[in-house]
Design a protein around this ligand. Structure first.
Ligand code: GLN
Length: 195
């Protein structure tokens, strides 16, 4: 198992502070990423929860390009909730000007759970974290289409809620909002060559 030394967290909007705290709890240095240059010293990246339309708008084009290039070269990336939306190739119910990063071969639907149950907590089980753990869903997206190598690591009510494609991990929920650090630990175990 490789331990990452510096993990970037996209810090333009959303709950990046919670991810930085989670990394500290894992004894890993977290680096806020706002500009393309911030990505240079990091060897993995987290895209946080928040509002994907806002984050997509605030990212400078150079940062989008740098994230795409580094990811293609093997940098591990984890997206949570809005971060999952940013990672998708296509977004349903997005805004017209919302261009995702297209890091994973999947389509996701924003705010897919509807008003009645737009936020909830559930136990989600996965071999990736060695059992069941708490998962907080807030206006969560759903994966509606995915390539065969986008593997389901966990599901809830018949829907995939954790998916992995090589060095890329996307979670529909917020592991940063619970004290359980196993999803972060799992992500930190990715090595740059696992693409
Ligand atoms: N619905 C939000 C979006 O579209 C995501 C919500 C979240 O990250 N909790 O970006």
């Amino acid at each position: 198992m490789t331990t990452r030394r510096r993990v970037g967290v996209l810090a333009l909007q959303g709950d990046f502070r919670e991810h930085l705290a989670a990394l500290r709890a894992c004894e890993v240095e977290g680096v806020p990423v706002r500009l393309a240059a911030d990505l240079e010293p990091v060897d993995a990246l987290i895209l946080p929860g928040g509002e994907s339309t806002t984050m997509a708008r605030l990212m400078e084009p150079e940062l989008k390009t740098a994230i795409r290039e580094r990811t293609a070269a093997g940098m591990p990336v984890m997206g949570t909730c809005a971060g999952m939306i940013l990672m998708a190739r296509d977004v349903q119910d997005g805004r017209a000007d919302q261009e995702p990063l297209k890091l994973m071969d999947m389509t996701v639907r924003r705010n897919a759970y509807g008003r009645q149950i737009d936020s909830f907590e559930a136990e989600v089980e996965s071999a990736a974290i060695g059992g069941a753990g708490p998962a907080v869903f807030i206006r969560a997206p759903q994966v509606t289409e995915r390539a065969t190598d986008v593997r389901e690591l966990a599901s809830h009510a018949g829907q995939p809620v954790a998916v992995k494609q090589g060095n890329r991990l996307a979670l529909a929920f917020h592991p940063e909002l619970t004290p359980d650090r196993r999803w972060h630990q799992y992500f930190l175990s990715f090595d740059g060559e696992s693409r």
